[in-house]
Design a protein around this ligand. Structure first.
Ligand SMILES: C[S@@+](CC[C@H](N)C(=O)[O-])C[C@H]1O[C@@H](n2cnc3c(N)ncnc32)[C@H](O)[C@@H]1O
Length: 343
């Protein structure tokens, strides 16, 4: 069993299924010759994993682990699958409490709409805007937008992972009286509703990952965003990706006819967030791994535990991991970007 490649985006694995899946992965440690997960910094080569398999595992796992205490003792279910950033002082009052375990994810979603041009557009529309989010995960950010950031909006949250969309339907959709719709679809393949969105939101969606180039998937992704937007509408996009990838992606967007309005670099604040979030992440990873029996199998259990913990921490860009180092040394940068489709 190779959990990095073999799991299915169409599945929403139960706790019992996860026990078997992780148990089988631990046991395969007796025969596996190659370590796909670096035991120094948690790095996994691009060619050794499939993003659909990883997210399929993670979203089922988050639901299965349920509520856990943060480092300050506040209980939460992991739903923001977001690195986020500390709120930049220049942007005004911080929208989140310092003890909120989800504060960096909440900052990231609030920051998408903090641009002066966006605030002006919202005023003109009396806040009655329609958002389509491409790669919403569990919909935690969609829920925040519908309740606090854009309280008069309607919102369609799209993700390709069924387990994530099921969490959105269970936890968030019922709170918003029909204003929030959760759609299970690959954003590059979904039937496109043309010109429906005032905002297309993209928050840490797992695309635009290849250094120095925009892939075919990236190009279709942006084309979809362009077609979804109303004339005059905005693409609000935040992520930490290879620094060399921003320019090729901007070129794709500009070739589609989109106008670059503003770029904000929050890499420094994103590193601060990862430093300050380390203890919460460590506790979460321990709680998650402790809840699966496979990791107690003698000999291989310990080794697999170490690999799983490092891979998860790398995924969260925890200090000491490859992805954290990439952000610290500038290989990756976190930017929040605003593009407008001309009216
Ligand atoms: C790091 S998670 C971020 C999720 C969410 N935006 C958040 O901040 O919590 C990346 C998400 O991108 C989604 N994703 C990647 N490519 C996608 C695509 N082509 N269509 C829809 N979702 C996609 C993945 O399924 C995953 O849920």
């Amino acid at each position: 069993m190779d959990i990095l490649t073999a799991l299915d985006r169409k599945a929403d694995y139960s706790r019992t299924q996860l026990q078997f899946i992780l148990g089988a992965w631990v046991l395969s440690g007796f025969v596996d010759r190659k370590n796909k997960i670096s035991i120094t910094d948690g790095d996994v080569l691009e060619s050794d994993y499939d993003k659909q398999s990883i997210y399929s595992l993670l979203y089922s796992l988050y639901r299965s682990v349920g509520d856990v205490p943060s480092e300050t003792g506040e209980r939460y279910e992991l739903t923001f699958n977001t690195w986020g950033y500390a709120w930049p002082a220049a942007w005004g009052p911080c929208p989140t409490k310092p003890t909120d375990p989800e504060r960096y994810g909440k900052n990231a979603y609030t920051g998408l709409y903090q641009f002066a041009a966006v605030q002006e557009y919202l005023r003109e529309k009396n806040g009655r805007v329609h958002v389509v989010e491409m790669g919403c995960g569990t919909g935690a950010g969609a829920n925040l937008a519908c309740s606090e950031v854009l309280p008069d909006c309607t919102y369609e949250a799209v993700d390709m992972q069924r387990a994530a969309i099921e969490t959105c339907k269970r936890k968030f959709v019922p709170r918003h009286g029909g204003r929030l719709v959760a759609t299970w679809a690959d954003a590059t393949k979904m039937p496109i509703k043309e010109g429906v969105a005032d905002f297309v939101a993209v928050n840490e969606t797992h695309v635009t990952e290849q250094p120095g180039r925009a892939t075919e998937e990236d190009k279709v992704f942006f084309k979809t965003a362009y077609r979804l937007l109303k004339p005059g509408g905005y693409l609000v996009w935040g992520n930490a990706i290879p620094d060399s990838t921003w320019k090729p992606c901007f070129d794709v967007l500009e070739a589609l006819g989109m106008k670059l309005v503003e770029v904000r670099d929050v890499t420094k604040e994103a590193v601060i967030a990862r430093d300050e979030d380390q203890r919460r992440v460590d506790l979460y990873v321990d709680a998650a791994i402790d809840s699966f029996f496979g990791f107690r199998i003698p000999l291989v259990g310990q080794r697999r535990r170490q690999e799983a913990a490092l891979a998860m921490k790398n995924f969260y860009r925890n200090p000491g991991t490859k992805l954290y180092t990439n952000m610290k040394d500038g290989t990756d940068s976190y930017k929040v970007v605003l593009f407008q489709k001309p009216a």
